[in-house]
Design a protein around this ligand. Structure first.
Ligand SMILES: [Zn+2]
Length: 325
């Protein structure tokens, strides 16, 4: 069994900085992402823009950068999507190579593949709901994840990811399906074993934070604790407040890595595909400070965050380590 690349990097840095939103950055550079596949087609249409966003996130201090693969839905014999997934992984690896050769000053960077929930490819942003797990059969969800995982690990060669980052997963049931798919691949005994992180989308009702489907945070942590495959568990694309609440519940219950990358607090309308801005949001430096204090091992940003937010997280991480040796 090989040593986890995440553990090696964490031993050096103690806390890690994950990157921020890809789509938000592409939009702020003037690209329209008004397609069903969101930012994913950009790897074909505007590869240099995708590369530039990766470069920016490395330049502001990201230890982990995430490939532009979120909205990929790899159907059987779907050569076009295969090629786009390959392109996304190639772009991010070449960006890392360029950064490490010219700019990194010896800083190491890991590459994650963004792995959405099944619901992210359904109409109406169902990764923030999750009830589809009661309507879609397990085999369909399992096949969706299986095809993507196998393609990334078996067909991308040197461009394979260091980390499989399952993100915005709305239900414990889908996390269990993903874990079953990974178990069948027998990753533990493979030398090219990636690190696996599973991050849930969460909501709050009457003061209680659950996954968007309604699972208790405690149950998600028990699931991760029992897994031989999952190295880390966490929350993303939820508000900074909900993410922090979930993390405070989770930290005493697990020694697994805790990952947290909230959105900037703006609220998404999945039907109209629009965001409404919330003025009450703290700076990302303050958000990161609270999350590191609460025991997060990896902190980054999800939707509506930008390189400046990630730079604030990076500076907070460095201050945190200097103050708490
Ligand atoms: Zn998000």
């Amino acid at each position: 069994m090989k040593q986890s690349k995440l553990s090696v990097l964490l031993n050096k840095n103690v806390k890690l900085v994950l990157d921020g939103a890809m789509a938000t950055e592409l939009q702020s550079r003037g690209h329209s992402l008004d397609t069903k596949l969101w930012s994913f087609p950009m790897v074909h249409d505007h590869p240099n823009s995708v590369r530039d966003v990766h470069m920016d996130y490395m330049n502001v201090g990201s230890d982990i950068i995430t490939a532009c693969t979120y909205q990929s839905d790899l159907k059987p014999e779907d050569k076009q999507t295969e090629q786009m997934m390959f392109d996304a992984m190639k772009i991010i690896h070449l960006a890392k190579q360029q950064y490490c050769t010219n700019q990194s000053n010896g800083r190491e960077v890991l590459i994650a593949a963004s792995m959405s929930s099944f619901g992210a490819n359904m109409d109406g942003a169902q990764e923030y709901d999750g009830r589809y797990v009661d309507e879609v059969d397990d085999e369909t969800i399992s096949s969706f994840h299986g095809r993507k995982i196998r393609y990334l690990l078996e067909k991308c060669g040197d461009y394979a990811p260091d980390i499989l980052l399952f993100e915005t997963i709305p239900s414990l049931k889908e996390a269990q399906i993903i874990q079953d798919v990974l178990s069948k691949l027998d990753l533990i005994n493979k030398t090219k074993q990636p690190d696996v992180l599973i991050s849930f989308s969460c909501k709050e009702e009457q003061g209680i934070v659950t996954t968007c489907y309604g699972d208790k945070i405690e149950e998600c942590i028990a699931f991760a604790n029992a897994s031989q495959i999952v190295q880390g568990v966490g929350v993303n694309c939820s508000t900074p407040d909900h993410t922090l609440q979930a993390l405070r519940i989770a930290r005493p219950l697990t020694t697994k890595l805790l990952v947290s990358y909230p959105n900037n607090g703006d609220v998404y309308d999945g039907i109209n595909k629009t965001w409404s801005h919330q003025n009450s949001v703290m700076s990302f430096g303050d958000v990161a400070s609270s999350l590191f204090d609460a025991g997060a091992d990896i902190v980054g940003g999800c939707c509506r965050t930008c390189p400046n937010d990630i730079n604030q997280i990076y500076n907070t991480r460095n201050r945190f380590l200097n103050e708490k040796p």
